[in-house]
Design a protein around this ligand. Sequence first.
Ligand SMILES: Cc1ncc(COP(=O)(O)O)c(C=O)c1O
Length: 416
Amino acid sequence: MEKVINKLPSFNAYEIRSDFPIFSRKVNGKPLIYLDNAATSQKPRRVIDGLKSYYENNNSNIHRGVHTLSYESTVMYEDAHKKVAGFIGASDWKEIVFTRNATESLNLIAYSWGLHNLDKGDEVLISIMEHHSNIVPWQMLCQARGIVLKFIDVDEKGNLDLESFERLLTDKTRVVSIIHVSNVLGVVNPINYISKKTREQGAILIIDAAQSVPHINLNVKELDCDFLVASGHKMLGPTGIGFLYGKKALLESMEPFLFGGDMISTVTKEKSTWNELPWKYEAGTPNIAGGIGLGLAIDYLENIGLEQIEEHESELLDYTLNNLKQLPWLEIYTPLEGQRVGVVSFNVKGVHPHDVAGVMDEDGIAVRSGHHCTQPLMNRLNIEYALRASFYLYNTKEEIDQFLISLKRAYKIFKR
Ligand SMILES: Cc1ncc(COP(=O)(O)O)c(C=O)c1O
């Protein structure tokens, strides 16, 4: 499906903000400055109202009735799959399976593909910058099947170490499962290069696009991946909905993930046969409203244009890094150059990030502090925790100025 992008004549973060009701609230008496977008994004009125309208006007179960409400819900839910397919450039909407989130999508692949296709001695290649959701399912498989899990390193600047990738990619590698954009470092990994090398070894390529789909214009055919996963809540959609893209032939050949209603074609006392794609992988009543809400979030993003969002974030990122690098009491983990999205991770030397985040909260600023579900990366960087500010389409330079003032205030309080 072709991606349709209707660009607005100009991008205006101030106008965009007015579409997000949450920005009218205050936190600790200050206007909310939300810089925790890598954890989850805020929701535009169009999505919030769309959910309300669905429950008020259309609510029904899908695929189960001949009555009007069931028909309407079914069409709306299927349309949402079509919107996701268009958004990521899939050939066929049946290649889109709705899940709860990126984590569930990765588990689906590990169970439905991995358990049935990998064996003792096979190798799975991931990277040290993966989110736990792209590490732990593979660890489970390794223990169950005697598979070897290998980690591509990062270089001293915080970019993926391609020499390490080439060294670790062998004729035993059956899967390369890689984060597209790091939720800590913000770097955009060179998927085309990785995909070319992975193909040469005959392995399959899985992309964790949880941090890229919301921020950069991507196309699964251009990336040449077998699977791609993402979460709706990081891209202006509701929580509890995410998706898995998989090449049709692969999805058709795999075993289901969860078993029960809706995922079957026939059931006898002895055995069952499976439903067509994508329902084979959507057992039970799905998150119908969530799926429809995700479709509305995509309408919103497409109306603005991913290129404009990417450009805006890049300006905010440069502005932030140019200011942060003047502060000698900071340790910055996000590379200062290269392709990145709006994510900055750093520490105030000698100060626990929770303390800094606490001061910022007093100023109405939401930043993340912790290990960001990337303990192996933290370990590699010789730290336990970091602070992270992550931007999206509604953030402004004025907010970054407030963030910098608040950061300096925190430093003054805690410096020794
Ligand atoms: C890169 C990456 N992958 C996967 C996930 C998991 O997303 P979810 O918790 O929505 O399943 C996250 C969440 O932060 C992430 O940043």
